[in-house]
Write a protein that binds this ligand. Structure first.
Ligand SMILES: Cc1ncc(COP(=O)(O)O)c(C=O)c1O
Length: 333
C-alpha cells in the first residue's frame, strides 16, 4: 500500500464525509492513515512498519512479517526486545511505586543503586550522577554545569557532531543544516574540526566547556587520531575548561570497553550517557565529580535555580537497569 494512497485515505477519514462503515475499513489501512494524520511526522518517508510485537533481535509486523532488527531503536534497545528481566523489573517497580517526587528530593533506592553501579565502573573522579529523561537533557545539564563551574559562558564542540535536539544542545551541533532553521541559538558557541590538532588552540581561558564524542557517531563513525583526545584533555587542563565526553551513543560496550573513553585512556570531567543507559526506557545522565556537581545545589543563601527535572518513572527506569545490567553486562564491565 503506497503512502500517497494512505494520505488520501486519511484525508477522506478526516473530512468526516464518509459513513462509519467506511471508517471500519481494514485495520491495516486505518491505523497507518491515522498514524500519518494524528502523529506529528519527523520526515516525509517514514518507515511505516506497524509493529505487532518485538522479541530478542526481531520485530514482527501486523502482517506476520519478521524483521531482523539491526537498528535496535538507534542503539537504545541494546539488551534485546521483550527482555524478560526488564519486563519483570518494570512490573515490580510499578507495584512498588512510580513517580513520587521531583528528582533529587526523595531517596529512591533504584536511583541510588544504579548510580552506584555506574560510578563503581568509572574513574573515581566521575563519582556523582545526575539522571535525566534523555540524552539531550544530559547535554543541557552538562552545559549548565560547565557555566556554573567556570563562571564563563563560551562552549565549544566539533564539526559534524550531534549532541541533541533542544536549542542548547543544537547550538553544539556541528552541521549547519541542523541549526539553520532555529537561529538565533545560544551565543558564545564555536565548532572546530574533529581530529584537527591545530584547531584545538581555539579553546581558551574564555571557554567554559568543550563537548566531544570520543568517537564521532552520527558523523559517520569517525575514530580519534592517536593522541587527539589526549591533546584535548591537555588543552582543557591548561585553560580550566570543562571537558565533556558525549557517550550517549558510544556507551555500553559499543566500542569494546564499557565506555569508549575507557579504551582510549582519557578521562573527561563530565560524561554524558543516554540511549542504552535506559535499556529501552527513556533515561539519560550526566556524571561528574561530586565537587563539580555541588555548584548545582541550591542553598538557602544562594538562590540560583539548579538544573531541575520533574521526572516521571525515574525510579522505575533505574531499577530495571540495576537488575538487568548486572546479568547482561558482566561480560564487558
Ligand atoms: C551522540 C549523541 N548525543 C546526544 C543524542 C541525543 O539523545 P536523545 O535523542 O536521547 O535526546 C544522540 C541521539 O542520537 C546522540 O547520538
Amino acid at each position: 500500500m503506497n503512502q500517497a494512497f494512505l494520505v488520501a485515505v486519511n484525508d477522506v477519514l478526516l473530512s468526516r464525509k464518509f459513513s462509519l462503515t467506511f471508517v471500519n475499513m481494514s485495520h491495516l489501512a486505518s491505523k497507518k492513515a491515522e498514524f500519518l494524520a494524528l502523529l506529528a511526522q519527523t520526515n516525509d518517508i517514514p518507515l511505516m512498519l506497524e509493529i505487532e510485537k518485538a522479541e530478542g533481535c526481531y520485530l514482527h509486523d501486523i502482517e506476520g512479517k519478521k524483521y531482523l532488527d539491526l537498528i535496535s531503536g538507534i542503539g537504545v534497545s541494546s539488551l534485546g526486545h521483550g527482555n524478560k528481566i526488564i519486563k519483570q523489573a518494570i512490573k515490580d517497580q510499578v507495584d512498588q511505586y512510580m513517580h513520587v517526587m521531583v528528582y533529587g528530593e526523595f531517596v529512591q533506592s533504584p536511583q541510588v543503586d544504579y548510580a552506584k553501579w555506574l560510578t563503581d565502573r568509572l574513574d573515581q573522579q566521575l563519582n556523582s550522577v545526575y539522571f535525566t529523561n534523555s540524552g539531550t537533557e544530559a547535554t543541557e545539564g552538562a552545559m549548565k554545569l560547565a557555566k556554573r563551574c567556570t563562571g564563563r559562558y563560551e562552549i565549544g564542540s566539533c564539526i559534524n557532531a550531534y549532541h541533541g535536539s533542544s536549542q542548547g544542545a543544537l547550538s553544539m551541533a556541528g552541521g549547519e543544516w541542523l541549526k539553520t532553521g532555529y537561529r538565533p541559538l545560544l551565543p558564545g558557541t564555536f565548532q572546530i574540526a574533529y581530529n584537527d590538532f591545530d584547531a584545538i588552540e581555539r579553546i581558551t581561558e574564555e571557554t567554559a566547556g568543550f563537548v566531544v564524542e570520543p568517537l564521532q557517531a552520527e558523523a559517520g563513525t569517525i575514530v580519534p587520531e592517536p593522541g587527539y583526545l589526549q591533546a584535548l584533555r591537555k588543552k582543557c587542563d591548561q585553560t580550566g575548561t570543562v571537558l565533556i565526553f558525549d557517550e550517549i551513543q558510544t556507551g555500553f560496550g559499543r566500542t569494546g570497553s564499557l565506555f569508549a573513553h575507557q579504551g582510549m585512556g582519557v578521562i573527561p570531567d563530565v560524561l554524558l550517557l543516554g540511549k542504552a543507559l535506559g535499556g529501552g526506557m527513556p533515561l539519560g545522565a550526566f556524571i561528574a565529580s561530586k565537587e563539580k556537581m555541588q555548584v548545582l545545589v541550591m542553598t538557602l543563601f544562594w538562590g540560583i535555580l539548579p538544573h531541575l527535572v520533574v521526572i516521571l518513572f525515574h525510579a522505575l527506569r533505574a531499577w530495571l537497569l540495576v537488575k538487568n545490567l548486572k546479568d547482561f553486562l558482566f561480560l564487558i564491565a
